[in-house]
Write a protein that binds this ligand. Sequence first.
Ligand SMILES: Cc1cc2nc3c(=O)[nH]c(=O)nc-3n(C[C@H](O)[C@H](O)[C@H](O)COP(=O)(O)OP(=O)(O)OC[C@H]3O[C@@H](n4cnc5c(N)ncnc54)[C@H](O)[C@@H]3O)c2cc1C
Ligand code: SF4
Length: 586
Amino acid sequence: MAKKLPAVDVALVGFGWTAAIVAEELTAAGLDVLALERGAWRDTPTDFAVTFAQDELRYMWRRSLFQEPARQTLTFRNSMDQTALPMRHLGSFLPATGVGGAGIHWNGQNWRFLPTDFVARSHNEARYGTLPESMTVQDWGVTYDELEPYYDKFEYLCGISGKAGNIKGRIQDGGNPFEGPRARDYPNPPLDMVYGPTLFAAAARETGHKPFPCPAANMSRAYTNPLGVTLAPCSYCGFCEKFGCGNYSKSSPQTTILPVLMRRNNFELRTQCEVLRVNCDSSGKRATSVTYIDTEGREFEQPAEMIFLCAFAQHNVHLLLLSGIGKPYDPKSGEGVVGRNYAYQIVSSVDVFFDDKIINPFVGAGGLGVGIDEYNGDNFDHGGLGFIGGGYLACWNTHGRPIELHPTPKGTPKWGSKWKEAVARNYLTTATISTHGAVMSYRTNYLDLDPTYRDAHGRPLLRLTFDFGDNEHRMSDYLTDRAAEIAKAMKPREIHAKKRNGHYSVVPYQTTHNTGGAAMGTDPRTSFVNRYLQSWDVPNLFVMGSSVFPQNAGYNPTGTIGALTYAAVDAVKNIYLKNPGPMVQA
Ligand SMILES: Cc1cc2nc3c(=O)[nH]c(=O)nc-3n(C[C@H](O)[C@H](O)[C@H](O)COP(=O)(O)OP(=O)(O)OC[C@H]3O[C@@H](n4cnc5c(N)ncnc54)[C@H](O)[C@@H]3O)c2cc1C
Ligand code: SF4
């Protein structure tokens, strides 16, 4: 029997980027906010001190900051006719656990989506005709222009280092000319550029592209954000993605928000408290509480006036399904919304091998790179290409970690003296161009509850059914071919283009940019939340993060997640609190 606790105004499930933003904004508005995080407390001096923050074995390979599959996992299959099996090792994506969530161990590659990404169905259909019946692509119900002030707010919170490409409609030299208009430049100048990306920039220019420094949440200089929290300049240590920053140089909930939040009496963070379900009243129209369990196995019921799911893409959807909130998606009938529109991203790369150019891959930062955006979204004419969407190309210098990075040309044996020789020859002199492509949503890609496998609490595991479509393969091939052309213009000894062929595999790491399952939109028959991320069915329940994306775009998601969160919380303060109830009429 769960022990019932005194009510709070707001309960947050999870404590990553989205929860930190909601907590800061709503405590500042005077509400009592409680965050329930399943993982442990984490902070810079105690958990990422520079004396051990770069332990590659511990963080990269033993995954010490990530969800442990022995405690929580999901099942996976490529298609509906297969039996899904539990993932006993996480591979393709690495959900976070612990205070700060994935905001601790992200790269900090911080992008805005394109204006056309938010109207993906109406824009593409107007330009290219009706989309295939198999695609469940839809408009977001919010526009880029509406989100612009909130993108700006997240970028200034984080202290993004970058160069604007479009200020109020005026194209800026050296920035990304394809980006939507922004009100002002980034708060910090770009990071210092290293040799590999500089060679890429020259070759991209020579082949008719407009390269720009990628926007990064790694500090190019000391920066004090609008909350008064100061970050230090990045030391380009290269232990960024999958690691915490010991240098206070990567924006995370810890380095931008928590120092302020922890001083507020109306904020409480309870760690190692796993939320098991959201409870509703008998009408099913009002969320009354969450039930959680602590490390001693004690169950508590925590009543709240408002509940925000901030537990990351799959976990938000899992909780909705387990709580019986919203109609589960049925791929056969196409009806239902919870689990619908799951999407991901498709990546590929081209290795560029030199003899005479020392790239020094170990001088890196998570967002240190040069990109081009000519082939993203609808920045190019897709007529006759057989696909919609696209992605950016970038040459990153993010890391040269000794266990992980072994660039070797095609045909090199996988072990032995020839392999060692090839690694020694190429480690310092290889650059890589990456492609980062969108994935559309499809009728047959979705999340539901597994009929067979159960978790430690006896509840069905989440089941993921997902594969890339022909659209994604054609698009990724197209991007990889463009990357190979630029690679050749860098005048290397040889290149190795690694296309993304075949079915989606859950084994190798790709990105933790999982999206959908509780999509936003304008129609409750095809979306779980409205434009303010408020549940259509249960108006005091809100869903934050990438589970609300109706499909994915060709960029990393967190800039858009931050903007959507700020926009939602603004609506809560200005509309909902004055008149609690649905903020959009269905
Ligand atoms: C290795 C890696 C690199 C990345 N790099 C980039 C990048 O360069 N650029 C970019 O844009 N994005 C990147 N991302 C993605 C980015 O980190 C996420 O988009 C972002 O952190 C999501 O924030 P969130 O608040 O939605 O979820 P999270 O940060 O995942 O936080 C969710 C929290 O909820 C907790 N939780 C889950 N279930 C429960 C439960 N039942 N009860 C209580 N707590 C729960 C989790 O423990 C976690 O702490 C990366 C992600 C990873 C893993
Ligand atoms: S590269 Fe910079 S931001 Fe990343 S962990 Fe190292 S010091 Fe921190």
